[in-house]
Design a protein around this ligand. Structure first.
Ligand code: AVI
Length: 321
């Protein structure tokens, strides 16, 4: 298996250049801080819409998850970040259960998990937070035995940042660690007008641009590259055929970028206008999302949406194995 440094190098020497399968490059400390600002931008409807669906339906989501099975509930969250939206569901779960609830947030960022833990202690004191610092894409999470219903939360449409194969792998991975009757709560951004989509990924304050250019800074800081940010710009494209927003950084001139990795030097050549494909945000149809979940052996039970049908929150159940 290639290590990350080699994957980066091979993504940059390939044509077309692409790092879009390396999501982890976005979420170093600086990237995580910038992302917290993205979700506050007026144009980024995804987080705002999802939060309002959760607020309006939290009680029903919890009731439907437990499904009158009269069972105790525990909650796991993939890519939990600071868990700001999840507190809504945790409060509903504590109320429904009438007692404390275990919450296992999983995230690659230890600082985000520390913040999640301290804010939840104030917001929902009856939650016992058991964090795991892990890359949920590559690592299995470990849960103690539990004679109740486990709900895995995967919201924010993060599934849209992965290729279909990687998304299926992530969901199958989750399925493997659950038992029949457990559930997945998936938040997905649906296919819609590019006039709404494109500004969401190109806000007027330049925060999304900074988020993607930070990937180059991350490569400079951690992987021995010498990208000059004045010579690159952020570019966003709606790829109708693949139903995804593509994020690129474009070279403003013909140039060379050096990488010194374990005392070996590599040169990356850029033509003027050449881009690095840096991230995808897949937008789904109902059929695509049904197929994705079915391929990972989940069955959709209920869907909540907003008035525009921009974002769907889905409960999918693990069928008897
Ligand atoms: C985390 N993920 C769902 C975000 C998205 O909408 O694709 C990441 C993001 N990239 C730029 N803006 C937001």
């Amino acid at each position: 298996m290639m290590n990350v440094a080699n994957e980066i190098l091979s993504g940059l020497v390939n044509h077309p250049k692409s790092l879009s399968n390396l999501q982890c490059l976005h979420y170093d400390h600086e990237g995580s801080l910038i992302f917290e600002k993205i979700v506050l931008q007026d144009e980024y409807y995804v987080a705002r819409t999802e939060r309002s669906i959760l607020k309006s339906n939290a009680d029903e989501i919890i009731v439907k998850t437990v499904d009158n099975r009269n069972k105790r509930l525990r909650i796991v969250e993939l890519g939990a970040g600071t868990a700001s939206k999840t507190s809504i569901l945790l409060a509903a779960a504590v109320k429904h259960q009438g007692s404390a609830i275990d919450y296992f947030p999983i995230d690659i960022s230890s600082s985000a998990l520390t913040e999640a833990q301290s804010s939840l202690t104030c917001l929902v004191p009856d939650v016992c937070v058991i964090p795991q610092i892990k890359n949920y894409v590559t690592d299995e999470f470990i849960l103690p035995n539990f004679d109740g219903c486990t709900l895995v939360i995967y919201i924010g449409s993060s599934i849209g940042n992965f290729s279909r194969e990687a998304a299926t792998r992530i969901l199958s991975h989750v399925h493997k660690q659950l038992k029949a009757g457990d559930a997945l709560l998936l938040g997905v951004d649906m296919c819609q007008d590019p006039a709404v989509l494109l500004p969401a990924y190109n806000d007027k304050n330049g925060v999304t641009s900074a988020f993607h250019l930070n990937v180059l800074l991350h490569l400079n800081r951690e992987f021995g590259y010498n990208f000059d940010l004045d010579q690159f710009r952020y570019k966003v494209i709606w790829n109708k055929h693949h139903s995804r927003v593509e994020k690129h950084v474009e070279s403003l001139c013909s140039q060379q970028v050096k990488c010194i990795n374990q005392s070996e030097e590599h040169i990356i050549y850029f033509n003027q206008g050449e881009t690095i494909h840096i991230e995808d945000s897949q937008k789904f149809t109902n059929e695509q999302i049904t197929m994705l979940l079915n391929n990972a052996a989940f069955q959709i039970e209920h869907i909540w949406s907003d008035e525009h049908k921009w974002v769907n929150i889905i409960i999918a159940r693990v069928l008897p194995k």
